[in-house]
Design a binder for this molecule. Structure first.
Ligand code: ADP
Ligand code: MG
Length: 365
């Protein structure tokens, strides 16, 4: 069988992915902000994109290697170039999850959303959507017609909130009996009562994102604080039909701004804060358990242990693709948290190629 150039390229690409596994970890160190001092954690290479990062903590050196490491000078555009192929694969029918993980203030929201109104500040969500709309239009000439649906939700204390609901009275409208997650036999996810919006242009999506940003602030006195304690999940479903060949594809792109990963002792939490922190810690460690056990091809994957992993179940594992950004603050005072984040990421990353790890090491991170 002779494959043409395009098919061969795709086949090669898939073979490479198979060999490397479908999990990638990119590390991004943000610049020091004007009121901060004492930058410490910088990538080894001194280039804006490398693979290694090294930091000193209490006189000890910690060194990590990832698929990519972006330093403070990497622009939103630099970062997007490295994920654009992954984004594109959602149009080919893949299920894709892109996460941002890190302590509060490390640059997760900047990486994922940025400022959608400013060309150079746009994050991965607006850039991904632009690319998908452009590419889908280009494919029209080959007979492809696409339908896209967007939803945006938040998971706070294991409770789902709909960020696109029109009549949101308050951000705390509870609704624990609403938003039941169900997966059908063909791997599609339905969340009852969740607003799902048909989108046909990038302008429509931009106004959705604005609406969501407003909705996130309604009824909240400490918006930044609260948003840092919830996971925010943007989902774009893509249905493609080729009118010439009747071929069909269904892809999903999930872009997830995770809750801040900072540890309990530092936040000195009590009462509601304690409950929040415990819920966050539990769901983040569930996420790492799930990715870890998928990569090790374990029979039982503990998807049901958290709302987030259950929601994303069909988009994790199988032939779906996962990318985790681990965001770091360069401040000296953040080094301890940064090492925790890097350990989390290393656990997610090193499992894919089956590096043997001691049991204790696996459990401690
Ligand atoms: P997080 O969502 O992880 O809590 P943010 O994305 O809100 O963190 O970032 C914290 C602050 O740092 C914000 O003021 C943000 O604009 C700034 N920031 C983060 N990453 C960058 C970056 N790569 N370049 C410039 N400023 C950044
Ligand atoms: Mg944030």
């Amino acid at each position: 069988q002779i494959l043409d150039g395009e098919k061969l390229r795709k086949k090669l690409h898939n073979t490479i992915l198979e060999l490397k596994g479908n999990i990638r970890v990119f590390c991004r160190v943000r610049p020091l902000l004007p009121n901060e001092s004492g930058a410490v954690s910088y990538p080894k290479s001194g280039e804006n994109i490398g693979r290694g990062i090294e930091l000193m903590h209490n006189g000890q050196a910690y060194s990590f290697t990832f698929d990519k490491v972006f330093d403070h000078s990497a622009s939103q555009e630099h970062v997007f170039i490295e994920i654009s192929q992954l984004v594109q694969s959602a149009l080919d029918g893949y299920k894709v999850c892109i996460f941002a993980y890190g302590q509060t203030g490390s640059g997760k929201t900047h990486t994922m959303m940025g400022n959608p109104e400013l060309q150079d500040q746009k994050g991965m969500i607006p850039r991904s959507l632009e690319q998908i709309f452009q590419a889908s239009q280009a494919l029209n000439s080959q007979g492809w017609k696409y339908k896209m649906q967007a939803s945006l939700l938040e998971i706070y204390n294991e409770t789902i909130r709909d960020l696109l609901a029109v009549n949101r009275t308050s951000a705390h409208d509870g609704g624990s009996s609403k938003y039941i997650i169900k997966h059908d036999a063909s791997g599609n996810t339905h969340v009852s009562d969740l607003t799902v919006v048909d989108v046909t242009s990038i302008n429509e999506v931009s106004s959705l994102l604005r609406r969501a940003a407003q909705s996130r602030s309604v009824g909240r006195t400490h918006m930044n604080e609260e948003s840092s304690r919830s996971h925010c999940v943007f989902t774009l479903r893509i249905f493609g039909v080729n009118e010439g060949t009747d071929q069909q594809v269904q892809g999903v792109l999930n872009l997830i701004d995770l809750a801040g990963s900072e540890r309990l002792n530092k936040s000195g939490a009590t009462g509601d804060r304690l409950k929040e922190t415990q819920a966050i810690n539990k769901s983040l460690s569930c996420l790492s358990d799930v990715i870890f056990s998928i990569a090790k091809k374990e029979e039982h994957v503990p998807f049901r242990n958290s709302k987030l992993t259950y929601l994303l179940q069909p988009c994790l594992g199988g032939d779906s693709k996962t990318l985790m950004f681990v965001n770091l603050s360069p401040e000296a005072s953040s080094t301890g948290e940064s090492i925790c984040s890097l350990r989390f990421a290393a656990r997610v990353n090193s499992c894919e190629i089956g590096i043997p790890r001691r049991q204790t090491q696996m459990r401690s991170s």
